[in-house]
Design a protein around this ligand. Structure first.
Ligand code: NAP
Ligand code: EMF
Length: 316
């Protein structure tokens, strides 16, 4: 039987990370998670998650993001996936250095997992956010490390929670811009499964992979109609004009100016769908046509039955 690649995940206890760790285990990979040392201050939910990981056979490695400590672990694996939080993006320089020194890593996936940052020009606060991620891409290329850059587009449950706020009792939904631009919302469990497949796939070496399955392309207006049909309630739409959003991106202090600039890029300008998937690019559902991903319809059904908990992202 072929030997499964050993996968190390940085940020594996996080929002998308825990899905990636579970996907890695479910596809039979020896899986390691590098995490900050657990102590009496560690929140109970993270302790519980680490216990769950242990029972799933995951190897937890506790340490700081420090060269010698990470080098030692990197030498024991084949693939490194980084899903550290945004404020830790530049810490990836240490991971890149260690991967260079170790010399054994077959593939590195840095903490991208959003818009295709090399192809869009958003408002300045989001531009500055993406500049850091772009710098990391350029460092990886310059170091000659085998990589895959993942553009996962919108985390589906995260954005359904953000846009529709299903856990609040209310009759209004905010719509950014005119609600017509198309976005892409992918369920987190599918993002995780695609990511493990992509990390092991020779076709994706040194390439960008975009997660843009056809059933997950949707506008805000379409999403709201679908939700109205499913839950049997009509909502009033509170349109937030482009002018207001741009103004907020100019006047809100950092880091609150970042999420409004993301909303502008994704939902007002429609940046996720504003470029064609070119000859050089790979699209996840085309790479893995047999994988039965969750459509937006099905994702909203999940929200009706067992709503995933809302989460908030860190920006600084
Ligand atoms: P997250 O849950 O906020 O954090 C991931 C992990 O980072 C944490 O579990 C923690 O690991 C580590 N971490 C947090 N603070 C740290 C600190 N001060 N020092 C060292 N490590 C720290 O991350 P996420 O929201 O999943 O984001 C992962 C990636 O996805 C980012 O690149 C983000 O920009 C992107 N993202 C995309 C979308 C989208 O819709 N496309 C949405 C959200 C995020 P340990 O506690 O185990 O050390
Ligand atoms: O919270 C977010 O947006 C709220 C409007 C940020 C965390 C989400 C995010 C999305 C991305 O692309 C869709 C971060 C980075 C991204 O590239």
């Amino acid at each position: 039987m072929e030997k499964k690649n050993r996968i190390l995940v940085f940020g594996g206890t996080g929002y998308i990370g825990k899905n990636i760790v579970k996907a890695s285990v479910s596809l039979g990979h020896p899986t390691l998670v590098y995490t900050r040392p657990l102590n009496s201050q560690t929140c109970p939910s993270k302790t519980q998650l680490c216990n769950d990981f242990n029972s799933m056979g995951v190897t937890l490695v506790q340490g700081e993001l420090e060269h010698d400590q990470i080098l030692k672990v990197i030498k024991q694996v084949d693939i490194v996936i980084c899903v550290l939080a945004y404020p830790q993006v530049m810490e990836q320089l240490k991971i890149i250095d260690a991967i260079k020194v170790a010399g054994n890593i077959k593939r590195f996936l840095p903490s991208d997992f959003g818009v295709e940052e090399d192809r869009i020009n958003p408002l300045p606060p989001f531009q500055a956010f993406l500049d850091k991620k772009r710098n990391i891409r350029r460092e990886i290329e310059a170091a000659g490390i085998p990589y895959t850059f993942v553009s996962a587009n919108c985390f589906g449950a995260y954005f359904v929670n953000y846009l529709l706020r299903p856990y609040e009792k209310r009759d209004k939904i905010a719509v950014y811009g005119n609600g017509e631009s198309k976005a892409v919302l992918n369920y987190e469990e599918d993002i995780a499964m695609y990511t493990i497949k992509v990390a092991n796939d020779p076709r994706t070496c040194n390439r960008i992979v975009i997660y843009r399955p056809s059933k997950n392309i949707i506008s805000q207006n379409e999403l709201i109609s679908l939700w109205e049909q499913k839950c049997g309630q009509n909502f009033r739409k509170d349109f937030v004009t482009e002018e207001e959003i741009v103004k907020q991106s100019e006047t809100l202090p950092h880091p609150e100016n970042i999420p409004v600039s993301i909303l502008h890029s994704v939902f007002v300008r429609g940046d996720l769908m504003a470029f064609e998937i070119g000859e050089e690019d790979l699209e996840a559902s085309e790479l893995y046509p047999d994988y039965n991903y969750t459509s937006i319809h099905q994702l909203l059904d999940i929200f009706l039955v067992n709503p995933p908990a809302p989460a908030s992202a860190a920006f600084q």
